[in-house]
Design a protein around this ligand. Structure first.
Ligand code: ZN
Length: 157
């Protein structure tokens, strides 16, 4: 195990022990909200992930989730929450991050992940080596993608 792998494992463990964004959504008045339940039957992970979006700016103002599952799925959701919270992502930005994350996982180490887009989520790169864990890592990100589609439908309605 390389030093970097060790560092990554520690980060994942840290996030799974003290998850960021776990809790209830408390949206501001007038905010657009969406919630999605995602289940990964191969591992038993599940998550309910909610967002609120500022209807004027299209910025994700809050992300909150509840869930249970393996440490990979929970750490991944926590890292995603941190990314959304710290960078105050627009919906477009969030989609770009989800795409970058999916590419990283699907590339299975064949390409360097975009650390600028992904932040701590690059720690999950090693997960791609294990086919069974791909859905665990993607769980929260897929749920956010579904939420974004729901909000988009509200915005264009
Ligand atoms: Zn899992």
């Amino acid at each position: 195990m390389s030093a970097l792998d060790g560092l990554y494992q520690e980060l994942i463990l840290d996030h799974s022990k003290r998850p960021i964004g776990k809790g209830e959504l408390s949206p501001a008045e007038g905010a657009l909200t969406a919630s999605h339940h995602e289940f990964n039957p191969s591992c038993g992970d599940e998550i309910d992930l909610s967002i609120s979006v500022d209807p004027e700016t299209g910025t994700i103002s809050e992300l909150a989730w509840q869930g249970q599952g393996c440490s990979i799925s929970m750490a991944s959701a926590s890292i995603l929450s941190q990314l959304v919270r710290d960078e105050q992502l627009s919906m477009e930005d969030a989609r770009a991050r989800i795409d970058a994350f999916r590419s990283m996982i699907q590339a299975r180490g064949a390409e360097e992940p975009d650390e600028e887009l992904l932040g701590d989520a690059v720690a999950l790169q090693g997960v791609a080596k294990f086919v069974m864990r791909v859905k665990c890592a993607m769980l929260g990100w897929v749920a956010l993608e579904a939420d974004l589609a729901q909000v988009e439908a509200q915005r264009t309605a």
